[in-house]
Design a protein around this ligand. Structure first.
Ligand code: ACO
Length: 349
C-alpha cells in the first residue's frame, strides 16, 4: 500500500492588512489587550467584492499544483475545508473545480472549523493509500471578515479572526518511511454551542422555541434566518473563550503525543510542530507542556490572526518557504476548535 506525501504546498493572503489600531475604529478594544491575550498584531481582510473564500483558495491551489509539478487537469479529487463558504450551499469544492476548469472529478466539503484542514488531509490520505486517487487537492480557506460582529458586543471573537487560504497536493509515495505516517481524529459534541454560529440553521431556534410551536406552516419557512435572528446577533459566531481555551490546552498536547506514540517517537524527535493558530498563548502553553524549543514550533498568528481551516496550511507553506522544513524532517500538524473537534497528522517530509 503506498503512503501519501505532500507534493506541493501553497498559500494566499489578501493584500489588505488590518491592524489592532484599525479595529479600534469600530469597537472598544486596544492593541495591548489583543496582543497580550492573543499575540495578534494584525490580520488580513479580503477585498470586499473581488476576493471570496473560493478565489483565495484558487490562488493557493495554483501554487500548490505548480510546486507538485502537476496541472489542474490532473487533479482527481478536491477536499475543501471552511466555515465561511461562498454560499450556504453548494460548497466551495465545486466552485474550485469550476474556476480551475478541472475535469468532472469528485469534490468534498468538510465542516470541521479549525481542525478542518487536518481532517481533510486525513480523508485524502485514506484515498491515496487505497489507490483510489493519485492527485488530491486539499484546501483550507476562510473569509471571516464578511461575517463578524464589528461592534463591541462581538469583540472577544472578531479581533481573533483573519482571512486567507492554504492548499496542498497529496500524491502517493513509495519512499519507505516518508509522507504521512498517521492521522488522529477526535470530537466531543457536548459543548458544541459554546463556539458556534447558531443561524442560519434548523435547530428550532432554542431561544424562541415557545413561539415557534405556535407558528403556522408558512411562518416556519422564515425560521431558518429571520430579521429577529439578525437583531439578536444569531448570524455571528459566538464563543465562550475561556472554556475553549481550557479544553484546547488539554486536547492539543494529547493529540500530538498520540501521534508520536503511534509511531514509536517522542517530542524530542519533532523537527517542527505546526499548531493551528488559535491563540499564541495556547501555542506557548502547548510548547511548554511538551517541553519543545522555539525552533520546534512554528507560529505566525501575529500577522494573520486565526484563519481557522486555513491556518495550518498557511503556516505549513510559510515554514516550508522559509526553509524551516527540510527533506526527512518530522513535522506534526495539530488543530483544535469548534465542535469540539481536534486532530493531528504526523509526517516525514
Ligand atoms: N478588547 C478588549 N477587551 C475585551 C475584548 C477585546 N477584544 N474581548 C473581551 N474583552 C474583555 C471581556 O469583556 C472581559 O471583560 P470583563 O472582565 O470586564 O468582563 C475581559 O476582556 C476578559 O474576557 P475573557 O473572554 O475572559 O478573556 P480571555 O483572557 O479568556 O481572552 C480569548 C479571550 C482571547 C478569546 C481567549 O479566551 C481565547 O483565545 N480562547 C480560545 C479561542 C480559541 O481557541 N478558539 C478556537 C478557535 S476558533 C474556531 O474553532 C472557530
Amino acid at each position: 500500500m503506498p503512503a501519501s506525501k505532500i507534493a506541493g504546498v501553497g498559500m494566499y493572503v489578501p493584500a489588505n492588512v488590518f491592524t489592532n489600531e484599525d479595529l479600534k475604529k469600530y469597537m472598544d478594544t486596544s492593541d495591548e489587550w489583543i496582543q497580550e491575550r492573543t499575540g495578534i498584531k494584525e490580520r488580513r481582510y479580503a477585498h470586499r467584492t473581488e476576493e471570496t473564500t473560493t478565489t483565495m483558495a484558487v490562488e493557493a491551489a495554483k501554487i500548490a499544483i505548480e510546486r507538485a509539478r502537476t496541472t489542474a487537469q490532473d487533479i482527481d479529487f478536491i477536499i475543501f475545508a471552511t466555515l465561511s463558504p461562498d454560499y450556504y450551499f453548494p460548497g466551495c469544492g465545486v466552485l474550485v473545480q469550476r474556476a480551475m476548469k478541472m475535469k468532472e472529478i469528485g469534490a468534498l466539503d468538510i465542516r470541521n472549523q479549525c481542525s478542518g484542514f487536518v481532517y481533510a488531509l486525513s480523508v485524502a490520505d485514506q484515498f491515496i493509500k487505497t489507490g483510489m486517487y493519485k492527485n488530491i487537492l486539499v484546501i483550507g480557506s476562510e473569509k471571516h471578515s464578511f461575517g463578524l460582529d464589528f461592534t463591541t458586543r462581538g469583540r472577544n471573537i472578531s479581533v481573533i479572526f483573519g482571512d486567507g487560504a492554504g492548499a496542498v497536493v497529496l500524491q502517493p509515495t513509495t519512499d519507505i518511511g516518508k509522507g504521512i505516517l498517521s492521522t488522529h481524529l477526535h470530537s466531543d459534541g457536548n459543548s458544541a454551542e459554546i463556539l458556534a454560529m447558531y443561524n442560519p440553521g434548523t435547530h428550532a431556534n432554542y431561544w424562541m422555541e415557545d413561539k415557534v410551536a405556535n407558528f403556522d406552516d408558512a411562518e416556519m419557512g422564515q425560521m431558518f434566518m429571520s430579521h429577529a435572528m439578525i437583531d439578536d446577533a444569531q448570524n455571528f459566531p459566538n464563543m465562550d473563550g475561556p472554556s475553549v481555551f481550557k479544553k484546547a490546552v488539554v486536547k492539543f498536547p494529547e493529540v500530538i503525543v498520540e501521534s508520536l506514540t503511534a509511531n514509536g517517537l517522542a517530542t524530542k524527535d519533532i523537527n517542527l510542530l505546526i499548531p493551528h493558530q488559535a491563540n499564541l498563548r495556547i501555542a506557548q502553553f502547548v510548547q511548554q507542556k511538551l517541553q519543545l524549543t522555539d525552533e520546534q514550533v512554528y507560529n505566525n498568528i501575529q500577522h494573520y490572526g486565526n484563519t481557522t481551516a486555513a491556518s495550518v496550511p498557511i503556516a505549513l507553506c510559510e515554514a516550508w518557504e522559509k526553509g524551516k522544513i527540510k527533506e526527512g524532517d518530522l513535522v506534526c500538524l495539530a488543530a483544535f476548535g469548534s465542535g469540539f473537534t481536534w486532530a493531528s497528522a504526523l509526517l516525514r517530509w
